[in-house]
Design a protein around this ligand. Structure first.
Ligand SMILES: [Zn+2]
Length: 283
């Protein structure tokens, strides 16, 4: 049976360029995953920008997210890729930019990732886990969290763990993300990494930036273990002072809270008080 398509008008969230894209009807017959994130690469709708469209199960556009990464168009595969090594560029080809940002987010914040594979999908589960573990500091490595699924019928997919990332490697659609936060941190470091030509140095940069973040999170955890409660501003100031980094912003604090929640304990996070929340609840 030929697959039928639904035409959906999509607008580039950066410059307003508009175009219709065809989405398989089968995507909407599934009610299981709710909103699906569709990756729109450069040239699909807009010649300059890539972005994400959020589609609900009726095929209505529910929102957009910009991806501020310009992909360098490298014509031929590199020597390393020819030798079977998965470079960052190759991984982005396989999963899309947002797919890679999502896989990184899942790894850092300790969520399992499920990847629906088709026959053409080459990397093994073992290799993907090996690479994904390498972006973390050594003591956080070890356990595998990426699983390949053979089942491509969305309504038949059963995930062992519900709070998981789910990506379809064929369409690069993101079927489920178990988090609410945007992937700005991952976007920032992948952007920096892609500015580097040497592929091993790209990985090194990702490792370093993630290690700095985790160091901040560990520092915050140490501080929280020794107080009953602490104001956000005081925690930010203390952590920044201890790790000798510029004062972190609110977004970084959100990520640190998530990291502590998923890797250590939710209890520690609840010790963080916000003056804004206190003010609002006193009104
Ligand atoms: Zn655009």
């Amino acid at each position: 049976m030929l697959e039928s398509f639904k035409e959906i008008e999509v607008v580039c969230p950066t410059c307003g360029e508009t175009k219709s894209i065809n989405i398989p009807e089968s995507l909407f017959s599934q009610k299981k995953f709710g909103t699906i994130k569709i990756q729109v690469p450069v040239n699909a709708v807009c010649p300059k920008h890539q972005f994400i469209v959020f589609l609900d199960t009726k095929g209505m556009v529910r929102g957009y997210e910009k991806i501020d990464i310009a992909m360098l168009v490298t014509p031929a595969e590199t020597k390393k890729e020819a030798a079977g090594i998965l470079t960052l560029r190759k991984l982005i080809q396989l999963f899309g930019t947002y797919g890679i940002l999502s896989l990184m987010h899942a790894k850092i914040f300790n969520y399992p990732s499920y990847i629906i594979k088709d026959e053409a999908f080459e990397p093994t589960e073992e290799l993907l886990n090996l690479i994904s573990n390498r972006i973390l500091p050594e003591k956080y490595r070890g356990h595998n969290s990426i699983y390949l699924l053979e089942e491509s019928n969305y309504s038949k997919i059963k995930l062992k763990e519900k709070k998981a990332l789910l990506i379809d490697s064929l369409t690069k659609n993101i079927l489920q993300t178990p988090w609410k936060e945007k992937l700005k941190f991952e976007e920032e470091i992948v952007k920096r990494a892609l500015e580097i030509i040497n592929e091993e140095d790209q990985l090194l940069l990702l490792q370093q930036r993630i290690a700095i973040f985790i160091k901040e999170a560990e520092q915050a955890k140490d501080i929280l273990e020794n107080v009953n409660e602490i104001y956000e501003e005081d925690l930010i100031e203390q952590v920044s002072r201890e790790v000798l980094m510029p004062r972190m912003n609110q977004n970084r604090l959100i990520l640190i809270k998530e990291f502590i929640k998923h890797n250590f304990s939710q209890k520690l996070v609840s010790r963080i008080k916000s003056r804004v929340d206190e003010f609002l609840s006193s009104l």
